[in-house]
Design a protein. Structure first.
Length: 227
C-alpha cells in the first residue's frame, strides 16, 4: 500500500477522550480462570469502574485470583447465581467455560446487568438465539469479546476498505495459531463426516477472519444453511 493512501487517513488532531468519573460502575467477574486476567487488567485502567465481586465454582480459586491480581475488598461467591442474587451490579464479565456462557449471560441480563461475554458467544445456535432474546428483553448491553475489532490497526483497515481506496475486496488470506486452551475446536473441517458427527462441541466460530472488514462468517450456521 502506498504512503499516499495511508496519509489520507492520518488523524490531523488527536482527540482527547475524557472519562466521567461521577459514577463508578460496579463490576462482577464470573469465572476466575486465566482469561479473566485481561478483563481485570482492563477494568483496573478505568477510573469509572470498580470490581466488587468475583465468583468461581472451585473452592478457593476466586480468592487466589483476587490475591494474584491485587484486588482488595472484593466479595467472593461460588456461583454466578449467588453473585448476581446478592450484588447490585452495573456489569459483569463472563469468563467461564464455553458451555456455560449462555446460562451465565442470560441470568445476568435477566437481573438487569450489562454483560461482557467472552468468546465464543456460546456453543449452539439455540443458545445464541436465547442470549440475544434475553438482551432485547432486558434493554441492557451485551458485548461479545471480539476485542481486536476495536484495535486501532483494525479500525484503520476497515476505514481504508470502506473508503474504496483498495477497490472491491474479493479475497482475504489470513492465519492464526493457538498454543493453549481448547485447541480441538480448530480441527474440524466443515465438509467432513468427522465434523458432522462432532458438531455439538467443535464450533469455535471463525469470526476473526477480517475483524476490520465485513466478510462472510464461517460457522455451523453457514454450514447448515449453505451461506
Amino acid at each position: 500500500m502506498s504512503e499516499d493512501i495511508l496519509n489520507k487517513f492520518k488523524k490531523i488532531h488527536e482527540e482527547k477522550k475524557s472519562t466521567d468519573t461521577g459514577k463508578v460502575l460496579k463490576i462482577g467477574i464470573i469465572g476466575t480462570g486465566w482469561i479473566a486476567e485481561p478483563h481485570v487488567n482492563a477494568y483496573l485502567k478505568c477510573p469509572d469502574a470498580k470490581i466488587v465481586a468475583c465468583a468461581d465454582l472451585i473452592d478457593g480459586k476466586a480468592a487466589a485470583f483476587c490475591k494474584k491480581m491485587g484486588l482488595e475488598d472484593v466479595r467472593l461467591y461460588r456461583s454466578h447465581k449467588e453473585l448476581l442474587d446478592n450484588e447490585e451490579l452495573d456489569a459483569v464479565s463472563v469468563c467461564t467455560y464455553n458451555c456455560t456462557h449462555a446460562e451465565c449471560a442470560i441470568y445476568a441480563l435477566e437481573k438487569g446487568v450489562h454483560v461482557l461475554l467472552e468468546k465464543p458467544m456460546c456453543v449452539t445456535l439455540d443458545e445464541a438465539v436465547a442470549i440475544v432474546r434475553a438482551e432485547k428483553a432486558s434493554g441492557k448491553v451485551l458485548s461479545i469479546g471480539f476485542q481486536p475489532r476495536f484495535d486501532e490497526n483494525m479500525k484503520m483497515i476497515k476505514k481504508i476498505v470502506q473508503n474504496g481506496e483498495l477497490g472491491d475486496v474479493y479475497y482475504i488470506q489470513t492465519g492464526g495459531g493457538r498454543r493453549r486452551g481448547n485447541t480441538h475446536s480448530f480441527r474440524y473441517h466443515l465438509h467432513t463426516e468427522r465434523y458432522r458427527r462432532n458438531r455439538s462441541f467443535g464450533r469455535y466460530r471463525v469470526l476473526f477472519f477480517g475483524y476490520g472488514i465485513e466478510c462472510r462468517r464461517l460457522s455451523e450456521t453457514a454450514y447448515r444453511f449453505g451461506i
